[in-house]
Design a protein around this ligand. Structure first.
Ligand SMILES: [Zn+2]
Length: 319
């Protein structure tokens, strides 16, 4: 859907102006933690933890029930992906804003996982149903913070895993996961003169280049284990070992923990290559191996179940 795509790109442009992961130096963060601590907070009980939702300054004009349902629905997608909600305590500061859409969001970790999100007072059920921001931010909370040069790893993880988790939870059609990947990932390709991914600040590379890295990580994990394990097994281990984004890890620790869970060196060599050198344009070949054909006129891509990695493609989004 063209409108959805435009909204997605606009959203990414917005996020790129103020990257939302590892924003611990953001001067707003102290005020966000203070506002959440002041409350009053409404507790949502999730498998493995609790989400405390604070409506900033009472969020005048915002109907709370649909907001809480939207949060709970996205929490359920994260529960499915990680086997439980990925952090024991997660705070959300919801700000009312004019308009009919879910707006900007920022996630911090250092004083405990917390997300501030702006929600339009006229947002309706359709706006909440098609929103990608909430699951994207929850994914940031689930994985350790990394040094600033690795922002692409974090934004890429949220960009790739957000629709995957929602598909696994039955909230998004599998075809939509692949439609977004086919449309979005070309924005992450290196341009002439680009180096490796570490330190990149270009929004296309941060979000979609990072997402393309994680798609390659799916393939690497699957192939290194002869299909016995998937990236999700590795990332569950990373989540359990880190406890989420309240810690800062070197990227080598993330890949080592994931590879230990997989029982094979899948992510470490992949990260080393992507961080240091521009990776060749192999998107078309990658999608062909997965059996993902070209999207036609904004519709879903055609699938080829005889492609070499068709089994992985189906497993990535399997309920
Ligand atoms: Zn993000």
């Amino acid at each position: 859907m063209i409108a959805g795509r435009r909204a997605l790109l606009a959203g990414l442009l917005g996020l790129a102006r103020a990257p939302d992961a590892s924003a611990s130096e953001d001067e707003d963060s102290a005020a966000v933690y203070a506002a959440a601590a002041r409350g009053p907070a409404q507790a949502l009980h999730v498998r493995g933890g609790e989400i405390r939702v604070t409506f900033a300054q009472g969020a005048p004009g915002l109907d709370r029930a649909p907001v809480l349902a939207w949060i709970a629905r996205n929490a359920q997608a994260l529960e499915v992906y990680f086997g439980r909600f990925p952090v024991a305590r997660y705070a959300l500061l919801v700000r009312a804003q004019p308009g009919e859409r879910v707006g900007h969001a920022t996630t911090w970790g250092y004083a405990g996982p917390i997300t501030r999100v702006d929600v339009g007072v006229r947002a309706d059920a359709a706006a909440f149903a098609e929103d990608w921001v909430m699951a994207h931010e929850m994914m940031h909370a689930a994985l350790p913070n990394l040094p600033r040069r690795c922002l692409w790893v974090q934004e890429g993880a949220s960009t790739w895993l957000e629709p995957v988790a929602r598909a696994q939870a039955g909230q998004l059609p599998a075809a939509e996961v692949w439609r977004q990947a086919v449309e979005g990932m070309p924005h992450g390709l290196p341009r002439a003169g680009d180096g490796g991914m570490d330190g990149t600040q270009a929004w296309g590379r941060l979000y979609w280049g990072g997402a393309a890295f994680w798609l390659q990580a799916e393939i690497a994990a699957f192939e290194a284990t002869d299909g016995r394990r998937t990236l999700r097994d590795g990332l569950r281990a990373v989540n359990r070992a880190s406890g989420g984004n309240a810690v800062v890890w070197p990227p080598e620790r993330l890949t080592a923990v994931a590879d230990a869970a997989l029982g094979a060196p899948a992510l470490a060599p992949l990260y080393a290559r992507w961080a240091a050198r521009p990776q060749p344009d192999d998107l078309a070949a990658t999608f062909a191996r997965l059996g993902v054909g070209a999207a036609r006129a904004g519709g879903p891509p055609a699938f080829d179940d005889h492609a070499p990695l068709a089994a992985l493609r189906r497993r990535i989004t399997a309920p």
